[in-house]
Write a protein that binds this ligand. Structure first.
Ligand code: ADP
Length: 248
């Protein structure tokens, strides 16, 4: 087991990467704090983990809200006594170019995708210092290169990569590693609508050297690598999990 007795706080744990990663980390021995603003979906993740013999709790939170973030970090410590892994994964995708995306949606993208990481790290850092823990942030290949019709998403994910680097440099001396995962286009509920459009689907698929979209399993395996000692000398890295897209 790669994460035996570790405590992992995972946001956006109700669906997509967050859900599968929660289940994979639990299988590897971690106790899971499943955070999502969709309470039902987070509870479902917890039930599935418990059915497999794992330990988990769910916490309802809007990750862009200061008081909610403070609360789920406190709940994690109350329940399990420590935090070893913080996986900042919750995110939103507001499609469109600069003329189409409203200023409110632009700000929401930064609130959910970026402010959330700032806040969770702020409140969890004390505990991560004690555990010499690990932070993983879900960025995106769209934070490295330009994605079509994704101005708000791309800008916010670029900020996630910069934030990851800054955190890694500041906290390496405390034994904390901080890395980001940069999924390319993966088939999840977030991309469902975009990929149903044939032209958009082709536009996203054609530049991928491996000629397939990513899966949630592809991302969860990368998260496990970054969460475990398998990546003990890696920090500040933004790891593309994108079938070679950003390299082509
Ligand atoms: P992906 O599969 O790419 O992770 P999803 O849309 O399936 O994308 O998952 C994103 C998760 O993040 C969902 O479970 C969603 O409920 C959650 N989420 C979105 N916005 C917030 C928010 N403000 N606070 C907490 N969780 C959120």
């Amino acid at each position: 087991m790669l994460l035996k007795d570790k405590v992992a706080v995972i946001t956006g744990a109700g669906s997509g990467f967050g859900k599968l990663t929660s289940k994979l980390f639990a299988k590897e021995g971690a106790k899971i704090v499943a955070v999502d603003y969709n309470e039902e979906s987070a509870k479902e993740t917890v039930e599935e983990i418990k059915k497999d013999g794992g330990k988990a709790i769910s916490v309802k939170a809007d990750v862009s809200k200061d008081s909610d973030v403070k609360n789920f970090i406190a709940e994690a410590v109350n329940e399990f006594g420590k935090i070893d892994i913080l996986f900042n994964n919750a995110g939103v995708f507001k499609p469109g170019n600069v003329e189409e995306v409203s200023f409110d949606d632009f700000k929401t993208s930064f609130g959910v995708n970026v402010d959330s990481i700032f806040l969770a790290c702020k409140y969890a850092m004390k505990y991560l210092k004690e555990s010499k823990g690990v932070i993983i942030n879900t960025a995106s290949a769209g934070g490295i290169i330009g994605f079509p019709q994704a101005v708000a998403y791309g800008a916010s994910k670029g900020a996630v990569i910069s934030l990851t680097q800054a955190l890694a440099v500041d906290y390496a001396k405390d034994g904390i590693r901080v890395n980001a995962i940069c999924p390319g286009t993966s088939k999840t509920s977030m991309t469902k609508e975009t990929l149903e459009d044939k032209d958009m689907c082709n536009a996203y698929l054609s530049p991928i050297p491996m000629a397939r979209f990513g899966t949630v399993e592809d991302i969860a395996k990368a998260a496990l690598f970054l969460a475990s000692d398998q990546s003990s000398y890696i920090t500040g890295h933004a790891l593309p999990v994108d079938g070679g897209w950003t390299m082509s």
